[in-house]
Every structure is written in structure tokens, then in C-alpha cells.
Design a protein. Structure first.
Length: 337
């Protein structure tokens, strides 16, 4: 889940309330149905990991020692780390490409490297819930992509990942759900494809933006391009959100685990399916699925987005032209041939 909003909107405060660092004015934070304030501290931090915004460190700990702190809830205060603990630390450092700085002091590394160390420390605890406060801050393009890919992989494996971000495009490309701070205490929550829209970006950030698509060899990705500062008033454009459209979603995956998740998603949207066809392409080791839907465009966009954020899955949606059949009367099969 992504949390978006302008500076000062309260994104970090929300995370701190969620974890019990600050008190809610109303409501509570629950983990597996239990109020987090009733959960023993050691048990809580075995299940929840937090990555704060990176600040320049003055710590005398090495990178390796800092990452090992993430295993603290797995062994006693006066105990030595076990072989399993050491192995886990080495695994996450390798995963985030920081093994080469393992012996360096945290005070000797860059802000971007420190950000990766803090993320590695959180992953070392093997939590159920991973909460990250602007994880892409201070990172170059390569490490931003590495962190986003890691979050996607962990989410596909069943971990709950919640992150604050200033980048609407990262929410579109990675998050199934989004919470958007719109100002004046108002928020919007729902499927990312329905929340992160040009209209809502203008309301929240005061910026006119264009959401565009670009195609790579593997997938079709969405990006948000800021165009200009927006006027204060945003006109509401009324559209028939329930108008049905015909579309074909083409899906290619090389992952068996993703295949199971795809089937689960298609089952959720069964009422909108006109038909589906799947076939293995063994020569390339992939599975190809074509799905035909008759549904409101918002429903089609939501399903496309949910499929697109699955790791190892390439997705492309093609729509039938609007009102193509009604303009020339009834269209027969003979006419198509």
C-alpha cells in the first residue's frame, strides 16, 4: 500500500501513529486482531519492521552490525547471534547489494548507502509487516528500482508492505492500494488505479499532471508527468463511470506462483469475464493468458493494475472502439470476414 500527499500533509505522523509511537485521537492500530499496545514489545517488533527516513549517521556500528540489530528480537540480550542469524544478515546484504561495505562504519557511508542499510536491517527481522518512510529518498535510479523490486517480491510472497512516497508513479507501478492526503484533513483510499488519477493529483498536489503509458520489452508501465501548477479550483468533470466497455487483457508470465495469483484475481472478476484462454509456450518457458471482459472502464483498469504489479508478469490491455457496433447497425460475423 502506498501513502501519498504533499509535504506536511501528515504521512510520517500517520506511520508513527500506526506503530504506536504517537497516540491516535480516535481509533486504534490492530495486528492480527490485537491492539498493538497490548502486544509485548519483543513480539511486536518480531512481526513489524520500520524503515525511517535516512539521516546522516554518527553511529560507531558497522554496516554488518547495524543490519544484525534487525535480528535483535530473535535472540536474547546477552546471547550471541546464531548461525541462522548470521546467515540471514548475509542474505539481506547480498540481496540489497551492500555486502561490499559490510565492515564500514555507518558514519563513513553515503546517505543513499545508509538508506539501503536501514532497509536491510528491517528485512533481517523477517517481519509480517514492513513499513517504510520514503524508502526511495537519497537513492539513485538503480537503487530506487532495487528497493521497489524488493518490495514487490516481498508483497507477492505474502508480506504486507506500506510505504510513504512523493512519487505517484511509484504507487501506480507497485501498489495495489493507495491512501492519498488531499489537504484540509481529507483523504482518499482505494485501488491505486482509481485513487492516483490526474484529477486527484491536481486536488492533492495543486499540479496539473498527465498519466501516460510507455511500453518496454516486458511490460506496459504508467508514469506521472507534472505539467504545470494548477489553479486553486478544480472543476468536476462528470462521466458515466458505469458505462460498459469491451477489452482484451493479454498476460504473459514465467512464474508458477504468479500464475496462481493471476487465477485468484480472475476468479474475483468472474462476473465481468466474457471468456479466457490460456496456453503454455514451452519453448520460451512462459504461459500466455488472454482474458476478454465486458465491464466499466474503471473495473478493467483496476484488474489491469492488479495484474501489472505482480512480479514476473507482463500485461497489456486493448479496448474495443467505443460505440463501434451501434454506428453502422448490427455487425455480423460475415461482415468481419
Amino acid at each position: 500500500m502506498a501513502i501519498l500527499g504533499p509535504n506536511g500533509a501528515g504521512k510520517t505522523t500517520l506511520l508513527r501513529c500506526m506503530m504506536g509511537f504517537l497516540s491516535w485521537n480516535s481509533g486504534e492500530s490492530l495486528l492480527d486482531g490485537a491492539d498493538i499496545r497490548s502486544i509485548p514489545v519483543r513480539e511486536l517488533w518480531r512481526n513489524v519492521a520500520y524503515v525511517p527516513q535516512a539521516r546522516q549517521a554518527s553511529s560507531a556500528y558497522s554496516v554488518e552490525e547495524t543490519v544484525m540489530l534487525g535480528r535483535g528480537s530473535h535472540f536474547g540480550l546477552l546471547q550471541k547471534p546464531s548461525e541462522k542469524d548470521i546467515s540471514k544478515v548475509e542474505e539481506v546484504m547480498k540481496r540489497l547489494h551492500i555486502s561490499h561495505i559490510a565492515k564500514k562504519k555507518c558514519s563513513e557511508i553515503s546517505g543513499g548507502e545508509l538508506q539501503m542499510v536501514l532497509i536491510a536491517r528491517a528485512l533481517a527481522s523477517e517481519p509480517k509487516v514492513l513499513i517504510l518512510d520514503e524508502p526511495e529518498s537519497n537513492l539513485d535510479f538503480r537503487n530506487q528500482l532495487l528497493v521497489l523490486d524488493t518490495m514487490s517480491e516481498l508483497a507477492a510472497q505474502g508480506m504486507c508492505c506500506i510505504f510513504n512516497t512523493h512519487f505517484p508513479s511509484h504507487a501506480l507501478q507497485r501498489a495495489a492500494k493507495s491512501l492519498l492526503f488531499c489537504g484540509n484533513g481529507k483523504t482518499m483510499f482505494g485501488n491505486t488505479s482509481e485513487i492516483v488519477t490526474e484529477e486527484n493529483i491536481q486536488k492533492a498536489f495543486g499540479v496539473k499532471a498527465v498519466i501516460g503509458e510507455f511500453e518496454t520489452a516486458e511490460n506496459i508501465l504508467q508514469d506521472v508527468i507534472p505539467v504545470a501548477l494548477a489553479p486553486k479550483q478544480v472543476e468536476n468533470v462528470k462521466q458515466d463511470e458505469n458505462a460498459s466497455r469491451l477489452a482484451v487483457i493479454a498476460v504473459i508470465t514465467s512464474s508458477f506462483d504468479s500464475g496462481k495469483l493471476i487465477n485468484q484475481l480472475l476468479h474475483e472478476y468472474a462476473e465481468h469475464l466474457v471468456g479466457r484462454m490460456g496456453m503454455p509456450y514451452r519453448e520460451n518457458g512462459v504461459y500466455i493468458i488472454n482474458v476478454v471482459l465486458d465491464a466499466p472502464e474503471k473495473v478493467i483498469q483496476t484488474l489491469t493494475h492488479k495484474l501489472g504489479v505482480l512480479p514476473g508478469v507482463s500485461v497489456k490491455t486493448t479496448y474495443a472502439q467505443k460505440d463501434s457496433a451501434s454506428e453502422g447497425g448490427e455487425l455480423t460475423f460475415d461482415q468481419i470476414i
